[in-house]
Design a protein around this ligand. Sequence first.
Ligand SMILES: Nc1nc2c(ncn2[C@@H]2O[C@H](COP(=O)(O)OP(=O)(O)OP(=O)(O)O)[C@@H](O)[C@H]2O)c(=O)[nH]1
Ligand SMILES: [Mg+2]
Length: 259
Amino acid sequence: MAAIDKVKVIVVGDSGVGKSSLVQLICHGQTISNPSWTVGCSVEMKLHEYREGTQNQKTYFVELWDVGGSSSHRNTRSVFYNPTHGIILVHDLTNRKSEQNLQKWLAEVLNKEGNSKYKNHTFDDFDPEQFVGSTQIPILVIGTKVDMLEASRAHAQRRSATIAEECAADEIAVDNTEVRSLAAGSSSAVKLSRFFDKVIERRHHGRDSISPYVDRNNLSGRRPFSSPLSNPMSPLSTLSPLSGYSAYSAYSFKSAHNE
Ligand SMILES: Nc1nc2c(ncn2[C@@H]2O[C@H](COP(=O)(O)OP(=O)(O)OP(=O)(O)O)[C@@H](O)[C@H]2O)c(=O)[nH]1
Ligand SMILES: [Mg+2]
């Protein structure tokens, strides 16, 4: 059986916004009642049908790298960013600061993704519009805790332009405590699937792969990163490619969530 190609999507956002809950929902269609906070990074896998229903349909692995949002790990988490094939920016709809901080998260990932152009940018002078088109890294913005948002506040939240508008990225709002938030056929599920298709398109079918963000290692045709799956020593390598979902915490140390 031919190996299944994969892509790597980075999931970032402030601590407590709901990244791990979201990744569990995306990869396993389950909610987590009492998630522990993520120290380091936790990698979850999902099988995705690229261009489903067309003659180009093909199965890919999507690796979701759920990066712990705690600021105390800011200096070490950059190891998880290179390479990056797609970025999911997560904020808490009841916490406007968490949305404002998405600019910081985007700059952090893109800086560490090896693009010197933004190396010296401080967070304050970061302008996401510079990234539209030039990055080509597909971005998806996800607002969580929509269940906790009163209708009136939802309107208020939309006063200023959002990072999704500035980056011309798709945006979805979810309640991670409800499995039906990403029910098949829902607009959120369709946007998520379209985002994964874009990531795969650019990574495996890209026309101009010499973009500033191309995986450096891949210029020589080598595998862009040693995903746990490709490393025979990794517990993941024992996975049957047919397994629909698999959970693997590559770097996280689970501890009680200090709620
Ligand atoms: N009501 C509600 N609670 C949520 C939602 N998403 C996450 N939570 C809760 O928010 C808290 C934090 O969720 P996590 O998924 O651990 O957040 P995180 O972004 O992974 O946090 P770090 O690992 O510290 O970066 C938990 O108590 C979750 O149960 C949501 O959509 N609605
Ligand atoms: Mg987490």
